[in-house]
Each structure stands twice: as C-alpha cells, then as structure tokens.
Unconditional design. Structure first.
Length: 256
C-alpha cells in the first residue's frame, strides 16, 4: 500500500471514532513527502532509520510563521509531530499493513516543565494592558481582548468565540459559551466594558467581513482564533518587558 493511501485509510478510520484534527493529516502528508524524497513510496518499506532521520530533520527545522519565526520549532510542536507518526504506524501494525513498527526506537523530545502562571504579577498584567493603549486599530482591539481575559476571567477560546452582541457594555455583562457547550453570563469590569465599547465604535465597523459578520473579534482572515489570542498576550508581554512566559490562562487565573 502506498504511504498516501495508508494515510487516507488512517484518517478515515480515526474520523469514524473521533474528530480528527487537521494537523494530523498535515503532519502525516509531510512525513510522506519526506519519505518520498528518500525513495520510500510504500508504507511497508518504511524502516526505523527513515523515521529516525525524519525526527532529526524536524528537530533542526526553523518555524516560518508566528512568533517563533526563524527559531527552531517549539518542543511541544515537535512532540506532537512525533506522536502523530507513532500513532499512525501503531495503527498500521494493528491493521496488518506492516509487519513491524518502525517507530519502536523513536523517542519524542522531552517536554520542559512550564513556568507556573503565578509568576505573572498584577503589576506585570497592568503593564501589558496599559501597553495596548495606542490609537491604531490593533491596539484598540488587543486592549479589549486583554481586558476581557483579565477582568472577566475568560478562556482564550471563549474570547475568540464571542459574537457581536455577547458583551453588553451598558449592563457590563458577557454571554459566554464555554467548554462542553455550556453557556453562562459573567460580569465585565468597567475597564473591559470601556475597551470593548471603544473597539465596537472605532474598529469593528471597518473590519466587517461576510465570513465573520457575527464575530466580535476579527482578523484580516475572519473570526479571531484562539491561537491569535495567544499571540496578542505574548506580544503584550514582550512590549511590557515581562520576562516570564505568559499565556492567556495566566490572565484568567489572575482574575479576582
């Protein structure tokens, strides 16, 4: 069986059991391209050396987009890529497509212990929010996002999932759709309400697109994603001179 046919079979089987993330197919097709350049076309011909060379290749790769552009791929990204490959060959072995698993000797990168959220102090967060005080559209939008993360304790996906009328700036409440489809109404601080009101008045009308007409926060490509919320937080931390790693959850957990 060709590697590409094996990938299609694997994705179809997983989709029948669960929601298969798009990155699974992307990573596996990347593996297939790498193996093809080595002359390996069939899944049963993949050897341990091929997978080890693939792991060595991604360990040296530089990110081409995002905040890590020009740097080596994050350890978490490399670990995910190797995990996807290991699961693929494990399933191929179980299905009888291969006689033995070429991943038996491959070990993913060791994940470093992340810094605790409590390392981010209230002063740090205040500087992050105050740093997004410019008059340009991105600064206005980013401040509204940061204020909601901190002032209302929202998750990044909850902020990204807000619709235009979910935040009542007069009543200072937000209608939030959280994990498992659960909905709740949360209070909004005065600072967050003011920041959202300014964003709605000055920025959102000009950012209207048919693809994201209902979304509160948008980017050039449509509704803001949770990943973009990460970028906003990290950008604010760098601008404020915060030296510890900061994630959206840090602001959520710092919320009183």
């Amino acid at each position: 069986m060709t590697i590409y046919n094996a990938i299609a079979e694997h994705i179809e089987a997983r989709s029948a059991r669960e929601t298969t993330a798009a990155y699974v197919e992307m990573y596996l097709r990347e593996l297939a391209g790498f193996l093809g350049r080595r002359g390996v076309k069939r899944v049963e011909d993949v050897g341990a050396g091929d997978v080890e060379e693939y792991a060595a290749m991604i360990a040296k790769r530089k990110a081409t987009t995002g905040i890590r552009r020009g740097e080596t791929l994050a350890v978490s990204t490399r670990a995910n890529m190797i995990a996807v490959v290991r699961v693929f060959f494990r399933e191929m072995e179980r299905a009888g497509r291969i006689v033995w698993n070429p991943c038996v000797r491959v070990v993913g990168p060791k994940m470093a212990r992340t810094l605790p959220w409590t390392d981010v102090g209230a002063d740090d967060i205040a500087r992050m929010i105050d740093g997004a005080s410019g008059g340009d559209s991105l600064a206005v939008r980013d401040r509204a996002v940061l204020e909601l993360l901190y002032g209302s304790g929202l998750r990044r996906a909850e902020v990204a999932g807000l619709d235009l009328y979910d935040v009542d700036t007069r009543a200072r409440t937000a209608h939030v759709r959280g994990k498992g489809g659960k909905e709740r109404v949360v209070p909004v601080t005065h600072g967050a309400a003011s920041a959202v009101a300014r964003y709605l008045d000055e920025v959102r009308p000009a950012a209207w697109t048919a693809e994201a007409r209902d979304a509160l926060f948008v980017t050039a490509s449509g509704r803001m994603s949770a990943a973009t919320v990460n970028v906003i937080v990290r950008r604010a931390a760098v601008r404020a001179g915060v030296t510890v790693r900061v994630y959206p959850h840090a602001l959520r957990h710092a919320c009183a």
